[in-house]
Design a protein around this ligand. Structure first.
Ligand code: FAD
Length: 279
């Protein structure tokens, strides 16, 4: 059977789309840049409390289950296989050459904003595995950012024996509940100067930085769909403004981003493409 769909991005949205397309009898290939499927869930060693019907699993275990499910249904998956460019309608460049299919699904998700910082052994960018890889025990950690992730990660640093200080340029936006959970952590509100080389904030020395500035969309190179607030604009069927190009999951800024909704979005797109192919 000729290849009908190329899905770019193997997080919950792309994997769910691939599983459903396979079960709907549509030939699709799923391309994932990372060595394993699961997207941002591979970054999370924390228990995922938010998937209805799934209990007691970490994000990394959820990622493994998604991967196992794709393998069990025989979905065509290529890992360590970034989409390097897209041209024509539609050829996707990959490290081993290129693939062509009439339909394309963008499921490339988001990445943490770096805000001009560079990741290193002492500078973690984003929550989960980057922060967990910092040596925090007995160390002073500057947490830059004032959202939910900043407060969550400050708590984890404290639980691991570190001393976090939160720097938030504006009044912290984190949920009150998260703020109340770390009442003894120092929070500095207002503009600040953070120097990555010297590891200082407003001249005060730290052992490491945790940069938690939220997330931004990741677009596959060579594709320029219409955007909405920096994310791919889609209608309720997941269609972009480009013919036969769909998008699902966090790359679309749908409400509310999480594993369950990203997976559901992948399912909706799979169903719509199979309907179109069936005429
Ligand atoms: C630390 C952490 C903890 C979290 N905890 C929870 C939780 O408890 N519960 C919950 O529901 N959600 C949680 N989330 C959020 C959840 O992981 C995301 O909402 C979900 O993964 C979004 O799925 P997605 O498929 O849209 O995008 P992503 O998961 O971002 O997946 C996109 C994939 O596309 C790949 N990609 C990007 N560009 C290319 C390219 N050019 N070629 C090929 N592949 C590409 C990326 O490598 C990535 O694997 C957490 C997130 C983090 C970071």
């Amino acid at each position: 059977m000729q290849l009908q769909v190329i899905i770019i991005g193997g997080g919950p949205a792309g994997v769910s789309c691939a599983i459903w397309l396979k079960k709907l009898g549509v030939r699709a290939v799923l391309l994932e840049a990372a060595p394993r499927l699961g997207g941002l869930q591979t970054w999370s060693p924390y228990e995922n409390l938010w998937i209805p019907g799934v209990q007691g699993k970490t994000g990394q275990q959820v990622a493994q289950h998604l991967s196992d499910h794709a393998a069990a249904v025989g979905a065509e998956v290529r890992t360590t296989c970034p989409a390097l460019g897209v041209w024509g309608d539609y050829t996707v460049g990959i490290p081993a050459g290129s693939l062509t299919a009439p339909y394309l699904v963008i499921a490339t998700g988001t990445k943490p904003r770096a805000g001009g910082f560079t990741a290193s052994a002492r500078v973690a960018i984003g929550p989960g595995t980057p922060m967990e890889s910092l040596a925090v025990k007995g160390n002073r950690i500057a947490i830059l950012g004032g959202g939910d992730n900043a407060f969550d990660q400050a708590r984890f640093v404290a639980e691991r024996g570190g001393v976090p200080v939160i720097f938030s340029r504006t009044q912290p936006r984190a949920q009150k509940l998260l703020q109340e959970m770390i009442r003894d952590v120092k929070v500095v509100t207002g503009d600040y100067v953070a120097d990555q080389k010297a590891l200082t904030v407003n001249g005060e020395a730290f052992d490491a930085f945790g940069v938690l500035f939220g997330f931004e969309a990741v677009l596959p190179p060579g594709l320029a769909p219409e955007l909405d607030n920096g994310y791919v604009a889609v209608n309720r069927l997941g269609e972009t403004n480009l013919p036969k190009v769909y998008a699902c999951g966090e790359i679309t800024d749908f409400w509310h981003p999480c594993v369950t909704t990203a997976s559901a979005h992948g399912v909706q797109v799979a169903k719509q493409i199979s309907k179109k192919l069936a005429g």
